[in-house]
Design a protein around this ligand. Structure first.
Ligand SMILES: Cc1ncc(COP(=O)(O)O)c(N)n1
Length: 548
């Protein structure tokens, strides 16, 4: 056997949960999550549900002894690096699981990397745990638990049934209704055994400005448009009983009904990250980010609640034709494929300095001079586009962009004058190496390739500045008006004039691609051009920062 053929020993994660025939939650969601996070998944079924996106219409519990048998089979041979529990159905099953776990991990409290998602009620309303089983869950399972991941209603239910002496959480209604109460509830839950409690805030969004919770009666209307979601955030609260430290993970509250399987997926993702050896807080942070993207990229399956997209970070190497629902498939593909480079570019320290006004003036001046010189070549690249175009319409579109760039560079000169930079100074400035590299790359690609290649090389500049302009303009943390010397720069790229140019540029690029559906190899080449131009943007910001 050569070195190349030595089989890889994967990290392993076990799920002990119910089957969801609809594929969005339960074992199915867990295995998808393990797979997408590159942990080898094993499973112990506690029950089979007949379920779709609308309802659970039947539950068939597995005999408790057969649940133990499955668990024995997995642990005695394959072993595992982490375990999660989901739907456990009834008290007998919980007892069978805890007895078997204690057999394999004698005296371990917690059982290493055991994540417990205390599943009780499906989002469609069905009970997934017998009401008589809560005491067994509290008394037998929680003492073995490393990380407990309840949502707010589950936390309330566990605490209402826990017979804690002098609990710190007290509420007349038994409801958790503020961040302060979340903290007290998490502390009480930790006293039941878990080393760490992740109290999920998805059912209790807060107004960003006041920190007050969205009233319960409005929660059900978040799916219609009557609540301004921009104003809301959710807080996933982590309490580590070992260090007595709280960490608040704040997240954008997303308007979507594609949330079926969220709890299952989150606990599965935490377990998968733990299986790779990540420390608990790191695993939780990575897992909550994974969920946020999986929700944002949610899938419409069935007629009820949509499902998460467990493979949101896996780039599919094919481009659909633009549709009403996805008018920019190529652009979206490129942004995802080059995600890291794109972040390096659009969230560069230079951009941060513009946002908070702390960018050294010398850096900005250096950048402005080079940017003028850049625009000169950028205009030529569009001239090349006009030359390469096959139709009058397209030639005209490119020529119009040349005129637009020429107008923009006039503004540039006026803006430079405000910073004490004269026209002569600008045009006599030697081009920096970063500038030469970038602009000549664009021209070379444009000359040797077709219109699509040219479009790909010019796209990162056009799209990136538009994204930066609107993000900084809308970000409440951006320093605004006279307090920020770069505010006019931000406004310029947020302006509808610029944003319309971005939309036109994207539409052109999509049209070019659409007329020649790319093969996988061609797609790789396209990605390479887009990535190279994006990296050259990063070097451009680096140049400006390093000029000091
Ligand atoms: C087998 C099984 N396990 C867990 C859930 C909870 O998921 P959700 O709350 O999204 O319905 C479910 N519906 N089915």
């Amino acid at each position: 056997m050569t070195a190349e053929h030595v089989p890889h020993i994967p990290h392993k994660t076990l799920t002990i949960a119910g089957s969801d025939s609809g594929g969005g939650a339960g074992i199915q969601a867990d295995i998808k999550t393990f797979t997408s996070l590159q942990s080898f998944g094993t499973s112990v079924l506690t029950s089979i549900t007949s379920q779709n996106t609308l309802k659970v219409d039947g539950i068939h519990p597995i005999p408790a002894s057969f649940v133990s048998q499955q668990l024995e089979a997995v642990l005695s041979d394959i072993g595992t690096d982490a375990i999660k529990t989901g739907m456990l159905c009834n008290a007998e099953i919980i007892s069978a699981i805890t007895a078997t776990l204690q057999k394999f991990y004698p005296g371990s409290r917690p059982v290493p990397n055991l994540v417990v998602d205390p599943v009780m009620i499906a989002s469609s309303g069905a009970a997934l745990l017998d009401s008589s089983a809560i005491a067994t869950l509290i008394n037998d399972l929680l003492p073995l638990c490393f990380i407990l991941t309840p949502n707010v209603p589950e936390a309330e239910y566990i605490l209402a049934n826990a017979k804690l002496e002098s609990p710190v959480f007290a509420s007349a209604s038994g409801k958790v209704e503020s961040l302060e109460q979340m903290k007290l509830a998490a502390q009480d839950l930790a006293r039941l055994g878990p080393s760490i409690v992740l109290l999920k805030g998805g059912h209790l969004p807060f107004y960003k400005a006041s920190g007050k919770a969205l009233p319960h009666e409005l929660f059900d209307s978040v799916d219609d448009m009557s609540v301004d979601m921009e104003e809301l955030e959710l807080v996933d609260l982590v309490y580590d009983a070992r260090s007595k430290v709280f960490v608040e993970l704040r997240k954008e509250f997303l308007r979507t009904s594609s949330t079926h399987g969220t709890g299952c997926t989150l606990s599965a993702a935490i377990a998968a990250e733990l299986s790779h050896g990540l420390e608990a807080h790191e695993a939780i942070t990575k897992a909550t980010n994974y969920i946020q993207s999986a929700i944002r990229d949610g899938l419409t399956v069935g007629q009820g609640k949509g499902c998460l997209n467990h493979f949101h970070h896996v780039v599919h190497r094919s481009i659909e034709k633009p549709t009403k629902y996805n008018p920019r498939p190529l652009t979206n593909y490129l942004l995802k494929a080059c995600e890291k480079d794109w972040k390096d570019y659009t969230q560069h320290a230079f951009v941060q300095g513009i946002a908070d006004g702390t960018l050294p003036k010398e850096s900005f001046i250096h950048y402005m001079k080079q940017d003028y010189l850049f625009l000169q070549t950028y205009a030529r690249a569009h001239g090349l586009g006009a030359f390469k175009a096959r139709t009058m319409e397209e030639s005209k579109a490119f020529a119009e962009i040349v005129v637009h760039i020429a107008d923009e560079s006039k503004l540039h000169i006026d803006y430079c004058a405000k910073w004490g930079i004269t026209y002569e100074e600008i045009v006599n400035t030697p081009e920096s190496m970063a500038n030469v590299a970038y602009t000549r790359y664009v021209l070379d690609i444009g000359m040797t390739g077709g219109l699509l290649e040219l479009g790909l090389a010019i796209a990162p500049c056009l799209i990136g500045y538009g994204e930066i302009g609107s993000r900084l303009y809308n970000d409440p943390k951006t320093v605004r008006g006279d307090a920020n010397p770069y505010w006019d720069w931000i406004k310029n790229y947020h302006d509808s004039n610029y944003q319309e140019a971005v939309d036109r540029g994207i539409a052109n690029l999509e049209r070019q691609c659409n007329t020649q559906q790319p093969s996988e190899h061609r797609l790789e080449q396209m990605e390479e051009i887009f990535r190279a131009a994006t990296r050259l943007e990063v070097s451009f910001w680096d140049m400006a920062l390093n000029c000091l």
